[in-house]
Write a protein that binds this ligand. Structure first.
Ligand SMILES: *Cc1c(COP(=O)(O)O)cnc(C)c1O
Length: 371
């Protein structure tokens, strides 16, 4: 038996008729940039999450950069960002000329550790990037009160947390602005690159849209210099189809997580993911922890099961950030976690047989370790 980490082929075949017709509709209209599919996407997505505005962009890295840049973050400024996340979260801060300041993560939930975060606030700190890693909500109550008290801009990176909730409210509706990625493997994925920005603020919406469209909302009337970051019509059409299934797919992910949780809970050598109280986890990834990570992933691979590590090196320890001279003791949790985390296969199309095969293989591995 082979178990894929994600299975986008299976998903496509489930909705093939609708997808093919949506794409051929774009092809027939020969309207490849802008137009009704893109407009419809923006309306659909902002209603789904519950914000006033949605600005579609080319990917979930551009969306972060545009937010930072248009909220006035630049040289001399510092932005607080978790030590474990995808590099987009920090490289876009540097791209504006500002400095990413890494914060250790919580041992239980893998999101920003608010104690360490408070220690890292200086007179140059301008913003906090709340990354809802793996689909787990950050502690939004604490982050909101800290950002209000210290006058910092709170921004959300929701690339892994589509439709996840904190206290009944969708993530992406808490910050001054929030960033989404629709990279194919995300909970809501396009068939190529795609992203968007959400905000309730009219002025911000104007700035983001203007910057992403070469500084011109009215053709040829460039009021500022900007960039080209657009969602194309084919991706918008695909997302409009897939968006209808997102809640159902997230439920299926939760079901996979629940089976893993109940079946693996008596293996003492692994820690299973916890869900923060009063939140809805999107389970973009199901991340376990074990001292035997490398051996286990090798064993699973030989059994036909693909796993992954998100991420093998915490950002402060990457070569890209060697100028900060960070040591492991600066980030005690992140430096331990990076050596123990393992993402198990997780997608809405996993069959019970596939889930149980993963479970059984993990049990076999630990049985063989301790006969
Ligand atoms: C995927 C991802 C991004 C970047 O999205 P792209 O669309 O690939 O540019 C940003 N932040 C996080 C946490 C991500 O997982």
């Amino acid at each position: 038996m082979k178990v894929e980490f994600v299975d986008l082929k299976k998903q496509y075949h489930e909705i093939k008729t609708e997808i093919d017709s949506a794409i051929s509709n774009v092809l027939e209209s020969a309207n490849f940039i802008g137009g009704e599919h893109v407009d419809q996407f923006e309306v659909n997505f902002r209603s789904l999450i519950g914000t006033k505005h949605c600005i579609s962009v080319a990917n979930g890295t551009d969306s972060l950069f545009i937010i930072f840049k248009m909220l006035g973050i630049g040289p001399g400024d510092e932005v607080l960002v978790p030590a474990i996340t995808w590099i987009s979260s920090s490289e876009t801060i540097s791209l504006t000329g500002a400095k990413p300041v890494f914060v250790d993560i919580e041992n239980d939930y893998y999101t920003l550790n608010t104690e360490d975060l408070q220690k890292k606030i200086t007179k140059n700190t301008k913003a906090i990037l709340a990354v809802h890693l793996y689909g787990q909500s950050c502690d939004m109550d604490s982050l909101q009160s800290i950002s209000e008290e210290k006058n910092l801009i709170l921004i959300e990176d929701c690339a892994q947390s589509h439709l996840a909730q904190f206290k009944g409210k969708s993530l992406g509706s808490f910050g001054a602005a929030s960033s989404f990625s629709f990279y194919p493997g995300k909970n809501l994925g396009a068939y190529g690159d795609a992203g968007c920005i959400l905000t309730d603020n009219d002025q911000y919406e104007n700035k983001f849209r203007l910057f992403a469209r070469h500084g011109a909302i009215v053709k040829h009337n460039h009021v500022i210099e900007g960039m080209n970051s657009r969602l194309d019509s084919i991706q918008a059409a695909v997302l409009n189809v897939k968006m209808k299934y997102l809640a159902e797919w997230n439920k299926k992910r939760l079901n996979v997580a629940n089976i893993y949780q109940s079946e693996l809970s008596d293996i003492l050598q692994i820690s299973l993911p916890l869900t923060r109280p009063n939140t809805l986890h999107a389970f973009h990834l199901y991340v376990i922890r074990t001292e035997y990570r490398d051996e286990l992933s090798k064993y699973l691979k030989e059994s036909g099961i693909s796993t992954a590590i998100h991420y093998p090196t915490a950002l402060p320890f990457l070569e890209a950030y060697k100028m900060f001279n960070h040591s492991y003791t600066d980030f005690p949790v992140a430096s331990k976690v990076q050596n123990e985390i393992l993402s198990l296969p997780m997608h809405p199309n996993m069959s019970t047989e596939e889930i149980m095969f993963v479970v059984q293989s993990i049990k076999d591995f630990f049985k063989k370790k301790q006969p």
